[in-house]
Design a protein around this ligand. Structure first.
Ligand code: ADP
Ligand code: MG
Length: 589
C-alpha cells in the first residue's frame, strides 16, 4: 500500500465530516480545538518522542505566534495572511534563542529548563503593557478568503485541518530522510551519530525550531479563531497538557500527536459535560477522573495509543531501496599518501589517577590488518576513542595521512576515512537495519531539512539507500534489511555496525570486538569479509579476544597491558613472546 493512501483517506474523512447534515456546531468547535492542539503535539512528537528532548514549554511558542499576529493585525490593520510569516518567524527566533540555551542541558536539567522559560514567558505576556497585560488583546480580525470572513467555526475548520494535514505530511517527509535519520538517532545518545558526521547540536536545534514553528502556527490560528488573545492558554499548565497529549497519543509517531489531541480534548469535554450531572456539580471532580483515566490508558498502552492501534492493523510499509539508483560519490580523499595511514605516537589518556593509555605508539599502513589485543581494561577501547575523536588525548600525537587528528571532533575524523564499530553496540533499535546503516553514509548525502520536507531529496536519498543496501548485502544481512535493528541477535547487530561503517567509504576500519557473540560459521564469514576488504586495499584495526580469529587474520599484532604497549609483531612472534604469554595468553591457558 502506498504511504500517501492513508493520508488521502484521512483527508477525505475530515473534509466530509463537517458537511454531514445536522452535525452539531459544538462538534465542529471541538474538532477545531483538536486540530490546534494536534499541531503543537506534532512538534512535540518530533522534539520529545523522536529527538528525546522533553519540553514542557511549547505553549509559550503558541503565545509568540498568537501575540505576534494579534498585535500586528490590531495595531497596523494588516491582513492575518500577511502576519502568518511574522508569527512563524517570531516563534522560530524565540526557539533559536531559548534553544541555544536549553538544548545544551542534559538529563533532568533540560525539561526543568523548559518549565522555567515556560513560566517566565507566561509572566512576560501578562506583564507587558503593549500586549494588554492580563486582559490581552481583543478584537483580533478573523481570517478571510476573498469575500468570506471566517467568523464561524465551520469555515476556519478547513483552514485548521488543511494546516494539520500539510504539517503532518511535511513532518513525515522530514522523518523519512537523511536529516530525519540524524534526528531519530539523537535519542540513543550522540556518540554513534557523531562518529558518522552528524552535527548533533545542530540537529537538536533544528527540531527545537521545527516544534516551535508548528506551535507558532497553532497560535496564529488560535488568535484568529478565538479572536482574542490573553496569557492563560500559553501558560505552564497548557505546556504540560500538550506534552500529555503527545505522550498519550504516542510520542514517537506523527499521527500519535493528532490522535492524542483527539483523545484528551474529547475526554475532557465529555467529563466536563457529564460528571457534574452525575455528582451534582461538585467542583473539579472531572480533573481527578480525567487524571485517573489517562493513567489507566497509559498502563494499557505504555508507548501511547497510536502504536498500540497500529499493531492491531497488520499493515506494513516496506522501504527497500530500488536497484535503479546511481552510485554515491566516493568520499573525498584527504592527506598525503606518503605518510602512514594511521600513526599513533606516544598517545596518552588519563582518567584522574588511572592511566588508561600510557604513551602507546603504533602504525597502521594501507591494506593492512592490525590487531590490538590485551586483557580487559588494557586500554584498547580507549585507544579507539582517542583515534576517533570521542575522547581527547592527555598527551602524544595521532596522525592520519600525516595530518594530526588528536582532539579533532569525531565528525571531522570520519571525513578522513576512519570509520568504526563499538564494543557496546550503538544502533537505534527502533530503526530498521537499512535506516541504521544509511546513517553511515550521512556525509555522502547532501539533502537538508527543507529539501527533504518538500521531497526534493529523492534522488539523493535513493543513492544513500542503494549504498546502504549494497553494504548490508556485502556483510551477508540482506535478509534482515527491513527488520528493526533491536530485533537482531547481538552478533548480527555487530555486523550491522560494520555495514554502517563501510557506508562511510573508509580507508581504515576500526572494529571493537566484532566477533563477540558470533557463532563459528559467522566468524568464518566475518574473517572472509575482512580479507576481502583488505584485498580491496582497505585497512583494519581490530580489537578481538578470540585468539584463533586474530592469529589467522592479522598481519601484525600490538599487545597492550595496563595501558602500556608490551609487544608488537607478527602473529607467530607474538605467540612465542614471553611477556605476552605472561601478561595475557598465559592467563587464558
Ligand atoms: P579495554 O577496551 O582494553 O577492555 P578500556 O579502554 O575500556 O579497556 O579501559 C581502560 C581503562 O580505562 C579501564 O581501567 C577503564 O576502567 C578505564 N576507563 C575507560 N573509560 C573510562 C572513563 N570514561 N572514565 C574513567 N575511566 C575509564
Ligand atoms: Mg574494550
Amino acid at each position: 500500500m502506498p504511504r500517501w493512501l492513508p493520508v488521502l483517506l484521512f483527508a477525505s474523512v475530515m473534509t466530509v465530516l463537517p458537511l454531514i447534515p445536522g452535525i452539531p456546531p459544538f462538534w465542529i468547535v471541538l474538532l477545531d480545538n483538536i486540530g490546534l492542539a494536534a499541531l503543537v503535539a506534532m512538534g512535540l512528537v518530533l522534539l520529545t518522542g523522536v529527538g528525546g528532548l522533553t519540553s514542557f514549554g511549547q505553549a509559550a511558542f503558541c503565545g509568540f505566534g498568537a501575540y505576534t499576529t494579534a498585535y500586528i493585525t490590531t495595531v497596523y490593520g494588516l491582513s492575518p495572511w500577511l502576519t502568518l510569516p511574522a508569527s512563524l518567524v517570531v516563534a522560530g527566533i524565540a526557539a533559536v534563542l531559548l534553544g541555544l540555551m536549553t538544548v545544551r542541558l542534559s538529563g533532568h536539567y533540560l525539561p526543568l529548563g523548559t518549565i522555567a522559560w515556560g513560566i517566565a514567558l507566561y509572566y512576560l505576556f501578562s506583564k507587558l503593557d503593549f500586549l494588554g497585560r492580563n486582559d490581552g488583546i481583543s478584537r483580533v480580525p478573523p481570517l478571510s478568503i476573498g469575500p468570506i470572513d471566517m467568523y464561524d467555526p465551520y469555515s476556519i475548520y478547513f483552514v485548521i485541518w488543511a494546516m494539520v494535514l500539510i504539517s503532518a505530511v511535511l513532518t513525515m517527509n522530514l522523518l523519512d530522510s537523511r536529516t530525519g535519520r540524524a534526528i531519530r538517532a539523537l535519542r540513543r545518545g550522540h556518540v554513534a551519530a557523531e562518529a558518522f558526521g552528524v552535527q548533533t547540536a545542530r540537529a537538536k536545534l533544528l527540531v527545537f525550531i521545527y516544534a516551535a514553528v508548528l506551535a507558532g502556527l497553532s497560535g496564529w490560528l488560535y488568535a484568529h479563531f478565538q479572536r482574542n488573545v490573553n496569557p492563560t492558554p500559553f501558560g505552564p499548565q497548557a505546556g504540560i497538557e500538550y506534552l500529555f497529549i503527545a505522550v498519550v497519543g504516542g510520542a514517537g509517531y506523527v499521527w500519535g500527536g493528532v490522535l492524542g489531541a483527539a483523545i484528551v480534548i474529547i475526554l475532557k469535554e465529555v467529563l466536563q459535560g457529564y460528571l457534574p450531572l452525575l455528582f451534582g456539580g461538585q467542583g473539579q471532580l472531572e480533573i481527578i477522573v480525567f487524571g485517573i483515566l489517562l493513567v489507566v490508558l497509559l498502563q494499557l498502552a505504555p508507548g501511547g495509543v497510536w502504536p498500540w492501534l497500529a499493531n492491531l492493523v497488520p499493515l506494513k510499509f516496506r522501504r527497500t531501496a530500488t536497484g535503479k539508483a546511481g552510485g554515491l560519490p566516493a568520499r573525498e580523499r584527504v592527506g598525503s599518501s606518503a605518510a602512514p595511514l594511521l600513526k599513533v605516537e606516544r598517545a596518552r589518556k588519563q582518567f584522574g589517577g588511572v592511566v588508561a593509555v600510557n604513551d602507546v605508539s603504533f602504525e597502521v599502513n594501507a591494506a593492512e590488518i592490525v590487531a590490538l589485543i590485551g586483557p580487559n581494561g588494557a586500554g584498547k577501547s580507549t585507544t579507539f576513542n582517542l583515534i576517533t575523536g570521542i575522547l581527547t588525548t592527555t598527551g602524544g600525537r595521532i596522525e592520519v595521512h600525516g595530518k594530526p587528528v588528536d582532539n579533532t571532533p569525531p565528525q571531522e575524523v570520519v571525513k578522513l576515512g576512519i570509520a568504526r564499530t563499538f564494543q557496546h553496540v550503538k544502533l537505534v533499535p527502533d530503526m530498521t537495519v537499512l535506516e541504521n546503516v544509511a546513517i553511515g553514509a550521512h556525509l555522502r548525502g547532501r539533502s537538508g531539512a527543507i529539501t527533504s520536507m518538500l521531497r526534493f531529496d529523492r534522488g539523493d536519498e535513493a543513492k544513500l539507500l542503494a549504498e546502504a543496501t549494497r553494504q548490508i548485502e556485502r556483510v551477508g544481512l540482506g535478509a534482515e534489511i527491513d527488520q528493526l535493528a533491536g530485533s537482531l541477535s547481538l552478533g548480527q547487530q555487530r555486523i550491522v555496525e560494520i555495514a554502517r561503517a563501510l557506508c562511510a567509504d573508509p580507508e581504515l576500519l576500526l572494529l571493537d570486538e566484532p566477533a563477540a557473540g558470533l557463532r563459528h560459521l559467522e566468524k568464518q564469514r566475518l574473517a572472509a569479509l575482512l580479507r576481502q576488504l583488505k584485498a580491496g586495499s582497505m585497512s583494519v584495526l581490530l580489537v578481538e579476544h578470540d585468539m584463533g580469529f586474530v592469529m589467522d587474520l592479522a598481519d601484525r599484532i600490538v599487545v597492550l597491558d595496563f595501558g602500556t604497549r608490551i609487544a608488537e609483531g607478527t602473529p607467530d612472534a607474538i605467540k612465542t613472546n614471553p611477556d605476552v604469554i605472561k601478561a595475557y595468553l598465559g592467563a587464558l591457558a
